[in-house]
Ligand binder design. Structure first.
Ligand SMILES: [Zn+2]
Length: 208
């Protein structure tokens, strides 16, 4: 199975030298079950690929020879998360897939080539992470499980990864705070922002 999804600006893409777990691996079954329980029928087939890595991470891309959407999850992530937490993490990736967030990288590239400061694109990137956290409920995932899952993400990455992640993602505590605020707001019947519109088409381009 192909693991080498597009590299480039994203350093978090699985390294092609990392091994993919076998079809009968229990960690793959755990991830498949979590994905199966999400109501992602509007997106089309999404494959889950579990690869060997000691860093808990997860990201969308393409699988099946780039013919279908895929979520790449490391063994450390799958092993470390409870079922509901894993569902929430996968749902976060589904939001990225639905919104075609490869646009994120393309936006940054366009901004850079247009001479616009990259920080503008990075701000958009961080915003889209909050949006992806917010919209996981649309797939049947639990925001409090996502908050719990975030605690498993490494606070300490190798320098290059940490730097990239810190630029493109809000801090974990900022994400946890937003999740909590939304949860409290829901309890009192407040609506902080409109849910996203369903993407009418998914473009056949890289989503990483
Ligand atoms: Zn994300």
């Amino acid at each position: 199975m192909e693991v080498a999804i597009r590299t480039g600006m994203h350093r978090l893409t699985p390294d092609p030298t990392l091994g993919v777990v076998a079809d009968d691996d229990s960690r793959l079954h755990k991830a498949k079950l979590a994905l199966f329980e999400l109501s992602a029928s509007g997106i089309g087939p999404v494959e889950v690929v579990v690869y060997e890595s000691s860093i808990p991470e997860c990201k969308p891309g393409y699988g099946g020879g780039r013919t279908m959407h895929a979520i790449f999850a490391s063994t450390a992530l799958v092993e470390g998360l409870a079922h509901d937490e894993l569902k929430a993490m996968l749902a976060h990736q589904l939001v990225h897939i639905e919104r075609g967030q490869g646009i994120n990288d393309r936006l940054n590239e366009a901004l850079a080539s247009g001479g616009i400061r990259r920080t503008a694109g990075l701000a958009v990137s961080r915003h889209l992470e909050h949006v992806a956290d917010r919209d996981i409920q649309r797939f049947g995932a639990d925001p409090s499980a996502l908050a719990a899952a975030l605690k498993h993400l490494p606070r300490d990455r190798p320098d290059s990864l940490r730097e990239h992640f810190a630029k493109t993602h809000p801090s974990t505590s900022a994400r946890e705070r937003r999740i909590k605020i939304r949860s409290v707001a829901r309890q009192v019947g407040l609506r902080l922002a409109r849910p996203i519109q369903k993407a009418s088409t998914l473009k056949g381009r890289a989503i990483d």
